[in-house]
Design a protein around this ligand. Structure first.
Ligand code: BES
Ligand code: MN
Ligand code: ZN
Length: 493
């Protein structure tokens, strides 16, 4: 989508459609009121007749309005307040985008009716919402079907105010970079596991670094990982024919002396459970078990596109988790890169096994902070559903920054405790720890396990098991939490 900002004089602008935001129970906003006047009250009449109340997401078309260049007006309900909350705004913009896509419109114009204070947030969310509504999944190299009707290609924001215009331009730049990162994360998530293998993730990450002077990418193979002593990570890939990869991307946007943020993303490209095999129903959804990795790769791309003045390291441990004669068995004991030993009591608790070695590996970058992102526990879906990612951290300041970034980006997380009282659930008679903590507080004990590999670090863990993909009719990756992560990094600048 092409986004731009133009001056006012709406009635004389050439566009296929002008979107008229309507707030429930309020008089028409200035720009809309002037259109109403030119159209000899056509807009107000629609409202007075009860065809549109202004509820969030409500739409009405008005064709061939008098006195106006545009062939259509799209009246769009924003809900009850002039500064709509994120939920209402997303609902309204999604409805408008869908209506425009199902019409003959190639272009649309949106007069700015938001107060300047919230303009950056609102316009960025609009850009992100329009882009995500336009996302479509297709296999790589497949031919795009020819469109049946004109495609919506151009959205212009209209304002006569310089300050507003600059705010919107900045919001468009950020919004596009974030939206592209989200789309990349969704595409990687949606791709089936026979295509999106550990090697595929490595190749996609390399693409981001191509021709970039300030990005260096390295991919470790199994032999190199074995030499390092990554016994926990490698125990997961034993059962698979696809070799595991450890993908490391370094983005340098600031002075060398500035300690980097390290992002670590769980990249299990298919999680069958291994010998502790999962039940068959909905097992296909375990293709999404690399959505943490996808979010890290999407974030890396957005940071590159915005050329943020920070140092960032993205680490993706990537593997399948499959059963076979060579697979790890319940009761096997492995030695992690940190030297701590682990009794693998359930091969389906594999995410923490690959993450713990990646967390230890992250230490070599002397990071300012480490954030890992993982579809780690079904328990997190029970606790928080899909609306918030679980957040666990050994550092209050980092945790609060992430909570705040989640609010700002409308990609929220919610903190759960990481108290020492939970740690004994990981006790083992045969190793330093077991890899499961029993039926209680599964999200917390998983984080407790990870915390043992980040003890000297400012570290946070995002459990995105509920947030990363939608189930049912809407089945597909969400691209979360790319927005949250990019926001957090923007806030550091
Ligand atoms: N990838 C799953 C977590 C998961 C399950 C995410 C369902 C989304 C939906 C993870 O590897 C896993 O299997 N976790 C186990 C841990 C248990 C064995 C301690 C789980 O949550 O059941
Ligand atoms: Mn599992
Ligand atoms: Zn998993």
């Amino acid at each position: 989508m092409d986004f731009s900002v133009i001056g006012s004089a709406l009635e004389r602008t050439k566009t296929d459609c002008i979107i008229c935001p309507i707030v429930e129970g309020e008089p028409l906003a200035e720009a809309v009121a002037s259109l109403n006047q030119i159209t000899e009250n056509q807009i107000q009449q629609l409202i007075d007749r009860g065809d549109l109340q202004g509820k969030a997401g409500e739409i009405q078309w008005l064709h061939n309005p008098t006195g106006i260049q545009a062939q259509r007006l799209l009246l769009l309900g924003l809900g009850k307040t002039t500064t709509p909350n994120d939920r209402d705004l997303k609902k309204a913009i999604t409805a408008a985008t869908q209506a425009l896509q199902n019409s003959g419109c190639r272009s649309a114009l949106l007069p700015v009716t938001t107060e300047t204070d919230s303009l950056h947030r609102v316009s960025r969310l609009m850009v992100e919402t329009i882009e995500s509504t336009s996302y479509s999944y297709h296999l790589p190299h497949s031919k795009k079907k020819k469109a049946e009707r004109p495609e919506l290609k151009k959205i212009s924001f209209a304002t006569g105010n310089r300050k507003q215009s600059n705010l919107i331009k900045q919001a468009i730049t950020e919004g596009k970079a974030i939206a592209d990162g989200v789309s990349l994360a969704r595409t990687l998530g949606d791709l089936p596991a026979n295509i999106c293998t550990p090697d595929y993730l490595a190749r996609e990450t390399r693409k981001i670094g191509r021709n970039q002077k300030n990005i260096a990418i390295k991919v470790l193979n199994e032999k190199e990982m074995e030499k390092l002593g990554m016994g926990a990570l490698l125990s997961v890939s034993h059962g698979s024919e696809q070799p595991a990869k450890l993908i490391i991307a370094e983005y340098k946007g600031a002075a060398k002396s500035q300690a980097p943020t390290v992002l670590v993303g769980k990249g299990v490209t298919f999680d069958s459970g291994g010998i502790s095999l999962k039940p068959g129903a909905r097992m296909d959804e375990m293709r999404f078990d690399m959505c943490g990795a996808a979010s890290v790769i999407g974030t890396l791309q957005a940071v590159r596109d915005l050329q943020l003045p920070i140092n960032l390291v993205a680490i993706v441990p990537a593997t399948e988790n499959l059963p076979s004669g060579k697979a790890t068995k319940p009761g096997d004991v492995v030695t992690s890169l940190s030297g701590q030993t682990i009794e693998i009591l359930n091969t389906d608790a594999e995410g923490r096994l690959i993450l713990c070695d990646a967390l230890t590996y992250a230490e070599r970058f002397k990071p300012e902070e480490i954030i890992d992102i993982a579809t780690l526990t079904g328990a997190c879906v029970v606790a928080l559903g899909k609306h918030a990612a679980g957040l666990l951290s050994n550092d209050d300041q980092l945790a609060n920054s992430l909570l705040e970034a989640g609010e700002q980006s409308s990609d929220r997380c919610w903190r759960l405790p990481l108290w020492d009282e939970y740690q004994p659930q990981l006790d083992s008679n045969f190793a330093d720890m077991g890899n499961i903590g029993g039926p209680e507080a599964g999200t917390i004990t998983a984080a407790c396990f990870l915390s043992r590999f980040a003890e000297k670090q400012r570290w946070a863990h995002l459990d995105i098991a509920g947030a990363a993909w939608n189930q049912g009719k809407e089945k597909g990756a969400t691209g979360r939490p790319v927005s949250l992560l990019v926001q957090h990094l923007i806030n550091k600048c």
